[in-house]
Design a protein around this ligand. Structure first.
Ligand code: BGC
Length: 745
């Protein structure tokens, strides 16, 4: 017979409830939740403990094979402590009721979901948002996503994804913040804070989950899930910092990655989970695996079978098994055999229960179940406006010959391309509960303007995103001949980037480029509007289009934001956070490369170069144009020689020399000329976004300490080394002024 002790447990917890207003991620030495957690733990059977260490997807949707059905029984029997892919108040309430009212102990469930760039109101994809370099806006977008999710019954997002990546073939670059660890770390912090806030006292914050720990963004050959193999120095200097920043910002959960690192899959990597995560970084939250990544250790050739894989994961420090049911099936046996200790299980369960306490779920398991709030918050007008605002900030102007843009009001427009009238793809990959059909397309936005402003607008699709059908070209060309200007909206479908969406060729798919060639042949100026989830290669277009605008996947109000940019109602201010290669053969290509013993010289043979292409990218990291122009006065540094205790002050005066107001992202880079190990030719160490009216100037000041010059030295200690450095500033990673300084002991 089922013991109906929920009221008993509630009472017990009430007695024990001391302080609960503890900041999220608090590292206080005396754990204020300890006695409450222990009082629950003391009531639990081993099966129930293992249940807390288990998360299943409901059958709402899934990202892989659903291993186990009948999750309702798992909840009822205390065999599952968390669920994902279940949302909306109505659905989560139903499931929570089973947990609270029908399970023996009534321990509330945790509901997780991939809210990557919005729940229902969809924001630009994270890679796009990162191009805004606007930390406040990025935090706001995460905060809105959290508020909508929390209103829809969710407690937990599997975000932010903070994997650094220099691999445009890898489809998941769309989920991250690009190639740079400095910017990536700041964005990780902003996103964690946006999702979690300072605490969970209210009802509008959800748990963040830093993923995928670790190094997932560097798969060999850009193939998703592939092996990762890098030096420890590269790992610590480049790939690890954003995870650490997210942890330092208080992220309460972390997800292991699918990949191996130096031969050890992350999900069974004790060094990673125990030493790096918990000991070095003081992480106090819980570790969840990625989808069946325990089971996959068998395929990796690291575990003999699922049971063995579960033992490796538990002993490495995994707290929760996502979807693999390995803990559920085997952990008890492994404990009986003495391969995993019950103490290990208790620790894992403590971490999970603690977070349920932090969220306030023991006090009120239905805290996030409020239909009225859900109705008011989700897809609200205010959220949609915010999505449009950040979409504008994320759009990068890559080319603008002869001031083709902004569009002159009144001119007739031919709007062509497979994505011009498309709504579905605007939400991009990993778009939560987003509904593509509710997006505003570019054509929708232009039609609205045409009706208001009275200009002539024609539209033809021209071709599909993929496939070789060119039968629509003639219509596209014919409407283009009659227009003053052609806007071609082309790119990838949302399924072409994201998980399991690696591409060996990162060109415009199908016959889209061929169509653009025909449009250019009309002699009319062609504005190419790109929608995609990764850097693409399009050298012919880069040379022949009059203007190019990289919009990424802009979200629910994408079309409106794009029209705002094209008409100059918003002056583009975004800059690339991933290098755009000229050709796939240059990949991996990134700005912070090493100099090598034979640095690039296009005029001689025996140096680090290609026979058939230059080394430089199509568009470098940090690049983006504006409708105005900015000039940089000469860069000043406060001195020539600094000790380790000094502050290096660099300043540069920026003037808006154009005729419209605009925002510039001023960037600061450093180079350590000689090290105990070689150092990159440039590393971003600061930036500032400055808004300037025409003719206005501002002195932008950067302050660096020796810590900003530190790296993992020959003996792997993190410190700066004395010597000569370049301090560089400019509008992107290529156009830089430099000053030399010395750092002395
Ligand atoms: C992805 C994760 C995601 C999980 C749950 C996996 O396939 O790699 O990023 O959070 O599925 O949906």
């Amino acid at each position: 017979m089922r013991l109906r002790i929920w009221p008993v447990l509630a009472l017990l917890l009430l007695i024990n409830s001391c302080k609960t207003n503890v900041p999220a991620g608090s590292k206080q030495t005396v754990d204020p939740y300890r006695s409450q957690v222990d009082s629950v733990l003391a009531l639990m059977t081993l099966d129930e403990k293992i249940g807390q260490m288990t998360i299943f997807t409901t059958d709402w949707e899934s990202t892989g094979p659903t291993i186990r059905e009948g999750y309702q029984n798992d909840i009822r029997n205390g065999n599952c402590g968390a669920l994902f892919n279940s949302h909306t108040v109505a659905f989560t309430r139903k499931l929570q009721e089973i947990a609270v009212k029908e399970s023996r102990l009534g321990i509330p469930l945790l509901f997780g979901y991939d809210v990557i760039h919005g729940y229902k109101t969809i924001f630009p994809i994270p890679l796009g948002e990162s191009c805004s370099w606007d930390l406040a806006a990025i935090e706001q977008s995460a905060a809105i996503a959290a508020a909508e999710s929390a209103a829809a019954g969710l407690h937990w997002t599997f975000a932010p994804m903070v994997d650094i990546s220099r691999e445009p073939r890898w489809g998941r670059v769309m989920e991250g913040a690009g190639e740079d660890p400095y910017l990536g770390s700041l964005i990780a912090r902003a996103r964690v804070h946006g999702f979690q806030g300072d605490n969970f006292n209210g009802t509008d914050k959800i748990l963040a989950c830093i993923k995928h720990f670790a190094g997932y963004g560097a798969p060999i050959a850009g193939r998703d899930y592939n092996t990762v193999d890098m030096s420890m120095r590269m790992f610590r200097d480049v790939y690890l910092p954003p995870y650490e920043a997210g942890i330092a910002a208080g992220a309460r959960t972390i997800m292991t990655s699918f990949n191996e690192l130096d031969g050890v899959p992350s999900t069974g990597n004790k060094w990673l989970l125990n030493d790096v995560l918990r000991k070095e970084n003081g992480f106090t939250g819980f570790v969840v695996t990625d989808y069946t990544s325990i089971n996959e250790m068998v395929n990796h050739g690291f575990a003999a079978d699922d049971k063995h894989a579960g033992e490796l994961a538990a002993n490495a420090g995994v707290d929760m098994d996502m979807q693999g049911a390995v803990f559920q099936r085997y952990l008890k046996e492994s404990i009986a055999a003495g391969v995993v200790s019950e103490k290990t299980v208790d620790e894992a369960v403590r971490r999970i229960l603690r977070i349920k306490f932090e969220l306030g779920l023991f006090k009120d398991p239905f805290k996030y179940c409020n239909e009225a709030r859900e109705k008011a918050e989700v897809f609200s007008q205010a959220n949609l406006e915010a999505s449009r605002a950040i979409a504008r900030k994320s759009i990068v102007l890559l080319k603008n010959d002869n001031k083709t843009l902004p569009l002159t009001k009144g001119k007739s427009i031919a709007l062509v391309g497979p994505l011009a009238a498309d709504r579905e793809n605007l939400i991009g990959a990993w778009s939560g509960a987003g509904e593509g059909d509710k997006c505003v397309s570019v054509y929708d936005a232009f039609r609205e303007r045409a009706a208001k402003d009275g200009f002539r607008l024609t539209h033809a699709k021209g071709c599909a995103i993929q496939g070789d059908d060119t039968s629509g070209f003639s219509e596209a060309v014919s409407i283009s001949r009659d227009a003053d200007i052609i806007i071609a909206v082309v790119g990838e479908s949302k399924e072409m980037s994201g998980e399991a969406s690696s591409r060996a060729f990162i060109t415009l798919p199908g016959v889209q480029e061929q169509m653009i060639k025909e449009l250019v042949a009309t002699g009319k100026p062609v504005v190419v509007v790109l929608m995609n989830g990764r850097p693409l290669t399009f050298p012919w277009i880069a040379e022949h289009a009059a203007a190019i605008v990289e919009t990424w996947w802009t979200g629910s109000r994408g079309g409106l934001a794009i029209a705002d940019i094209l008409y100059g109602d918003y002056n583009p201010s975004a800059k690339l956070t991933m290098t755009f290669p000229r050709d796939i053969g240059q990949v991996p290509i990134f700005y912070s490369q090493k100099n090598t013993g034979r640095p690039y010289d296009p005029n001689t043979k025996w140096n680090s170069r290609y026979q058939d292409i230059v080394n430089s990218p199509q568009y470098p990291f940090g690049f983006g144009l504006s409708y105005t122009t900015f000039t940089y006065d000469s860069l000043k540094v406060s001195g020539k020689q600094y000790t380790f205790k000094d502050t290096i002050v660099a300043s540069v005066k920026i003037t808006n020399t154009g005729s419209v107001k605009g925002e510039e992202i001023v960037q600061l880079y450093v180079r350590d000329l000689v090290g105990s190990v070689t150092r990159p030719v440039k590393e971003l160490k600061g930036f500032e976004k400055v808004m300037l009216a025409p003719g206005e100037s501002k002195n932008v000041i950067f302050k660096l300490t020796s810590n900003d010059l530190a790296f993992h030295t020959a003996d792997m200690t993190f410190k700066a080394e004395p010597g000569t450095f370049w301090i560089m500033a400019g509008p992107d990673s290529e156009r830089l002024q430099k000053r030399e300084i010395r750092l002395i002991e």
